[in-house]
Write a protein that binds this ligand. Structure first.
Ligand code: F6R
Length: 605
């Protein structure tokens, strides 16, 4: 992951680099660093941990260069310490890098033979020293190309030079990179979000592209070293969504605004007058689809698993779900009548992008469901269904999970209607029920206080379990993921019926077990599984839309969520689980928006 920023200007750039790095912290926060050119020399400053630490260093010891690069790190090669923090500089060049150089060991050995000494354990430093070496014999562009030719793996790079002290160079292979255009200065950044406070005029680099920025112009070169022109996009201004407002953290804002997320998404897709779903230019005729394959990672994968139940219920299409990091290495039999759907909040997840590339290479029909519409996954897929959730800053996905599920559900009912697998009246009923969802989400959000009380029970626990059947099973997986990533408490999500095949052994006196039991066709079965847990000492938290006092006997807490169409219960079940994870983490004083070891956009394998 890691975040990169570069600015070519005529005035001091350190303040803007720091502000942009703060925006990029969602990509990594193991260390931060900056390099500028001061009095003709490279001035590098770096620190362990957050950008705030770097800001303090710069406050005491300013760096006033008119061009520079900055970096926030999510450690891959080498522990998070000062020496491994980027930039990595020699006398001649300074480099920031996002990605992994797979042949770095081999390159390092060759450079050491030539007498070069390494200061860090990173793969990035080989780029610095290779470039330093090639600059002895070649001009700027040729030295860079010679260096890039040597690299295997993925990278987005930002580079400054002692000799060419008015340029910032960017290069992309496999990791995202964008250029921004300002008045009398130009920018390089890992994403448009980092650049948005400075400009809304953006160009995205494609794989193999190289860019050379000065304060007055930007030049692009392709793989063959030929100068190329690239499109400049004007981005919309959603500054407000990226501010915390009165909320303590982004995650509570993002959870609490999920009714608005749902409303916006529904408005984008549902034609209010015609009671129909808009789906123009879909890449494949729904009538001829043989199989749908849903692919994602983490929370996005859970939205895919949820969608499997919807598609199976509503269509006669065979459905497969796969984790992107597995899919990309499997021996897949592609079929031109299959549709491959890629789900990703960031649209930059390396595994998901690689799985998409594999499909494209095999000429498969692809569609992506993303939040960031300018992202690589959106641009690579044949067709994009945006989730319209606005920027999500908290590392844990919350509102975008709701958004991903919504788009998948909307797609399922539309495909079902086009294939005439549901009647027109069922279709209209489903749309009407869907329109009620934002209000139901808002009502469900009223369980805040109760979830805060329930959270206290988790503080002494050694772990927790989340159980559900049918559509509640993927939500159990998501509940467990949220709890572990935010509160660092071990948690398992399981299909309730699977407990007796092993995991029941984990149940011991006082273990918190969250049972998701909406009044659907699995209800009685799930309640029986719940009794098996209670009989073994599990402390049950029952979440249901059925208020049956008898069932609630021996249950430690019961939470009633609003009743809705069975197919829509996953949306409402999700909310108490997000709040539970939030409050447990908050009681444990964990960093809510930036859980340890994680990053928002996972652009490495
Ligand atoms: C968990 C979480 C991650 C992401 C996963 C995929 O809260 O956020 O599991 O869902 O890293 O990221 P995207 O959706 O950006 O592809």
């Amino acid at each position: 992951m890691c975040g990169i920023i570069g600015i070519a200007s005529n005035k001091s750039v350190a303040t803007n680099i720091i502000q942009s790095l703060k925006k990029l912290e969602y990509r990594g926060y193991d260390s931060a660093g900056i390099a500028t050119i001061v009095n003709g020399d490279i001035d590098e400053k770096k620190c362990i941990g957050r950008v705030d630490n770097l800001e303090k260093i710069l406050f005491k010891n300013p760096s006033n260069g008119p061009l520079g690069i900055g970096h926030v790190r999510w450690a891959t090669h080498g522990i998070p310490n000062q020496a491994n923090a980027h930039p990595h500089s020699s006398e001649e060049v300074s480099v920031v890098h996002n990605g992994i150089i797979e042949n770095s060991n081999e390159l390092k050995k060759n450079l050491e033979k030539k007498g070069y000494k390494f200061k860090s354990q990173t793969d990035t430093e080989v780029i610095t020293l290779l470039l330093t070496d090639f600059l002895k014999k070649f001009d700027l562009i040729n030295a860079i190309n010679k260096t890039l030719e040597k690299l295997n793996g993925s990278f987005a790079l930002g580079i400054i030079f002692k000799k060419y002290n008015n340029v910032v160079v960017g290069a992309r292979r496999g990791s995202p990179l964008a250029v921004g255009y300002g008045p009398e200065e130009n920018y390089l950044g890992s994403d448009s979000y980092a650049l948005k406070s400075m400009t809304n005029k953006i160009t995205y680099l494609d794989d193999g592209d190289l860019c050379v920025l000065t304060s007055g112009k930007v030049e692009f070169y392709n793989l063959k070293n030929i100068k190329i022109n690239k499109e400049i996009l004007t981005l919309s201004n959603d500054k407000h969504a990226a501010e915390k407002g009165d909320y303590k953290d982004f995650m509570s804002k993002e959870i609490n605004e999920q009714n608005i997320t749902a409303k916006t998404c529904i408005k984008e897709y549902v034609d209010q007058l015609k009671q129909d779903i808009n789906l123009y230019n879909f890449p494949i005729k729904p009538e001829i689809i043989n199989k749908i394959v849903l692919i994602g990672c983490g929370t996005a994968y859970h939205s895919c698993v949820t969608a499997k139940y919807w598609f199976e219920e509503l269509t006669n299409i065979a459905i497969e779900v796969d984790i992107a990091s597995e899919f990309r290495y499997r021996k897949i039999i592609f079929d031109s009548n299959n549709l491959y759907i890629f789900v990703s909040q960031s649209g930059e997840t390396a595994d998901t992008l690689a799985a998409l590339d594999l499909c494209k290479k095999n000429k498969a029909k692809t569609c992506s469901i993303v939040n960031v519409v300018e992202s690589s996954i959106a641009r690579t897929s044949e067709f994009v269904l945006p989730i319209h959730a606005g920027p999500e800053i908290g590392v844990a996905s919350t509102k975008t999970f709701i958004g991903q599920m919504l788009v998948l559900y909307i797609l399922a009912i539309k495909i079902s209607e086009v294939r005439k697998e549901i009647s027109r009246s069922d279709y209209t009923n489903k749309i009407n029920e869907l329109k009620k969802l934002p209000d139901l989400i808002q009502n469900t959000l009223n369980c805040q206080d109760k979830m805060q009380i329930i959270a206290k029970d988790f503080l002494q626990a050694r772990g927790a379990m989340f159980l559900g059947r049918g559509l509640s099973f993927p939500i159990a997986l998501e509940g467990a993921l949220k709890l572990k990533e935010l509160s660092y408490l071990h948690a398992e999500g399981y299909p309730a019926g699977e407990m007796k095949h092993g995991p029941l052994a984990l149940i011991e006196e006082g273990l918190p077990v969250v049972i998701l039991a909406p009044k659907d066709r699995y209800f009685e079965k799930t309640i029986s599984n719940m009794q098996e847990v209670i009989a073994r000492g599990g402390k049950v938290i029952l979440i249901s839309n059925e208020s049956n006092n008898i069932i609630s006997e021996n249950v430690r807490f019961t939470l009633k969520i609003p009743a809705t169409d069975d197919l829509l219960t996953p949306f409402l079940m999700t909310i108490p689980l997000q709040l539970l994870a939030y409050h447990v983490a908050s009681l444990k004083n964990c960093d809510i928006d930036k859980p340890r070891n994680l990053a928002k956009s996972v652009t490495v394998e």
